[in-house]
Write a protein that binds this ligand. Structure first.
Ligand SMILES: Nc1nc2c(ncn2[C@@H]2O[C@H](COP(=O)(O)OP(=O)(O)OP(=O)(O)O)[C@@H](O)[C@H]2O)c(=O)[nH]1
Ligand SMILES: [Mg+2]
Length: 206
């Protein structure tokens, strides 16, 4: 996987029509970390303890990905979007982020799947509920990744998975408990991503 560029407006989005999978979630939830875990490359997407770090849309090109079990294959993009819900950000900056994310999500044809990342430890935030409503309303397919399960035991992780499935996961294709730091659930998530990215191609070949 290689970094292929940052966009601060729609004019800078890729135009090659390759399938895209977007990473969405509140600030500091681990979007960039999960992207690095999927790539198997540390430091590819910028991770920070300083919330609100990712302020641009970053496109990472995956070379030669394939649908699990055969079918479609080719290059694709993983798209790291800025997080929401960073309360300390000045209002103007927050609104700028929202505009940018909406400009990407709205009618983005190559977008095949959203990975909606939540913190496994907490109840969904107000921003999480808003995003869920927005995704459902616009008919965007999404999978919920409940991150940071390394912070809890197995029993607790299972309880949280069920609670998250009920709270915001009912419209999702799947709820996957993950840990970006320990790579838990990363292979399962990667399979779901590849299946979605090359679905259309696969169908076209049938
Ligand atoms: N324990 C634990 N910490 C994690 C995990 N994933 C991310 N973190 C930590 O959470 C913090 C935020 O991670 P980022 O990947 O930068 O989060 P982000 O969602 O990209 O944040 P923004 O770009 O600000 O929206 C960092 O300190 C990470 O090390 C995880 O699975 N487990
Ligand atoms: Mg980030």
């Amino acid at each position: 996987m290689t970094f292929s560029g940052s966009a601060s407006s729609s004019a800078q989005f890729p135009r090659d029509g390759l399938p895209e999978v977007a990473f969405l979630g509140r600030s500091n939830v681990g979007k960039s970390s999960l992207l690095n875990a999927l790539a198997g490359v540390k430091g590819l997407a910028r991770v920070s303890s300083d919330p609100g770090r990712t302020r641009l849309i970053n496109f990472f090109r995956v070379l030669g990905a394939a649908r699990p079990g055969g079918g479609g294959h080719g290059d694709m993009y993983l798209v790291d979007l800025p997080g929401y819900g960073y309360a300390k950000a000045p209002r103007q900056v927050r609104e700028g982020w929202e505009r940018l994310v909406t400009s990407y999500m709205d009618g983005r044809d190559p977008l095949q799947l959203c990975v909606f990342i939540v913190d496994a430890r907490h109840e969904p935030s107000e921003g999480d509920h808003l995003l869920r409503t927005w995704l459902d309303h616009h008919g965007h397919p999404y999978v919920v990744a409940a991150n940071k399960v390394d912070k809890m035991g197995r029993g607790e992780a299972r309880r949280r998975e069920r609670a998250i499935a009920e709270a915001i996961g009912s419209g999702a294709r799947a709820v996957v408990p993950v840990s970006a730091t320990r790579r838990t659930g990363v292979d399962e998530l990667w399979n779901i991503i590849r299946a979605a990215a090359f679905d259309r191609q696969f169908e076209a070949r049938e």
